[in-house]
Ligand binder design. Structure first.
Ligand code: AMP
Ligand code: MG
Length: 345
């Protein structure tokens, strides 16, 4: 799936850089397709090519375990054993399931990976999607409940309570992969790098000249390279969700890929885009999806529960709101595209 929501705006001004012996002025850049999206890496290190391969291998391993698009993975086994038996899972998969449950609880079910059966029914990216009947949506809604993910910690196993239930990690797995990529960079002594997983950005350190990375937040109604503002960060994940990433239109209505687990329909909360800035991209990924479903007020309340997590909200009437902690870090640039920056009291 592509989530090309964010663009890197500033190419490095690699004039002077740190004294680290492994840092190099010229970045190594690499693009690969994995997890249904384009993975872009930029690494400043003299062994960067090898490190980028290690990262891709790690991401492919995560993809194999968590995808529902290829046979044989752990989530596929969990889904096909729904209502029947426990399935042995790797630490990776258990970690993501636990995190997903935690965010589900904190968001009162706005984020819920058991929306899988509905995601499958809507089949938003297929190119020939149809709007499911209300009866069909109603019956599939009965399969959505994160409380039915039973995790047996001691045995490293999990189970879905009811037959037909489907877990879909599309809203969180790339976030996990981003954090794992940063671990690989660190293990190899990298001090400056960033990775974009279809627009999920994770930055390690700052730019080699010591300045912050400048990340553009895409205009949800503009071209891929147009943006409504810039955040300046070091050592942060920047993850966005929006109604423009994958959608189809019927009779003038946009049906997008983020479903409201309470209604079974694409979330209609008054938002067209959310961006989360946090230390870990797994949190940012789950929270951007959750906040998108919750809408401005409840989404803000959710983000406030987390220390060090910040957010940008874009409403369908083109208003841009940020959390308190982003003041001085976020630069609004959306006036020319018809956006309005709103200070919240
Ligand atoms: P994201 O692009 O990270 O916001 O995630 C959207 C993807 O997560 C969708 O394509 C679905 O695979 C899945 N998804 C859709 N709605 C939800 C939801 N309410 N909670 C969790 N995952 C969802
Ligand atoms: Mg997400």
């Amino acid at each position: 799936m592509t989530k090309s929501f964010l663009i890197i705006l500033c190419v490095l001004l690699a004039v002077s850089f740190s004294a680290c012996s492994n840092s190099v002025a010229t970045p190594y850049e690499n693009e690969e397709f994995a997890m249904g999206t384009i993975i872009r890496q930029r690494i400043y290190h003299d062994n960067a090519e090898d490190i980028s391969r290690q990262v891709i291998d790690r991401i492919r391993k995560i993809e194999d375990r968590m995808t529902i698009n290829k046979a044989g993975g752990e989530i596929n086994k969990l889904n096909s054993s729904a209502g029947k038996s426990f399935v042995e899972l790797s630490e990776d998969t258990l970690f993501v399931l636990n995190k997903a449950k935690e965010i589900s609880e904190l968001s009162q079910g706005a984020f819920d990976i058991t929306v899988g059966a509905l995601v499958k029914e809507w089949d938003i990216s297929s190119g020939n999607s149809v709007v499911p009947s209300q009866e069909r949506i109603h019956s599939l809604l009965g399969l959505v409940d994160y409380a039915d993910i039973i995790i047996d910690k001691s045995g490293s196993r999990a189970k879905l309570e009811n037959t037909g239930q489907i877990v879909d990690l599309g809203g969180i797995a790339k976030g996990f992969a981003g954090d794992e990529a940063i671990k690989v960079y660190r293990e190899n002594g990298v001090q400056s790098a960033f990775i974009s997983l279809g627009g999920n950005i994770v930055a390690l350190g700052g730019k080699p000249d010591g300045n912050s990375w400048k990340i553009g937040i895409r205009d949800p109604r503009g071209a891929e390279d147009s943006y409504i503002g810039i955040v300046s960060v070091k050592d942060k994940a920047i993850v966005s969700s929006g109604d423009y990433e994958r959608f189809f239109e019927r009779d003038g209505v946009r049906y997008h890929h983020i479903l409201d687990p309470k209604t079974g329909y694409p979330a209609d909360s008054g938002l067209i885009g959310t961006t989360i800035i946090s230390d870990f991209s797994i949190d940012a990924d789950a929270l951007s999806t959750a906040a998108f479903v919750l809408g401005l007020e409840k989404g803000m309340d959710l983000i406030k529960k987390f220390d060090g997590v910040e957010a940008v909200f874009i409403t369908d009437d083109k208003k841009v709101y940020i959390t308190e902690g982003l003041k001085g870090i976020f630069e609004f640039e959306g006036t020319g595209n018809g956006y309005e920056y709103v200070e919240k009291g």
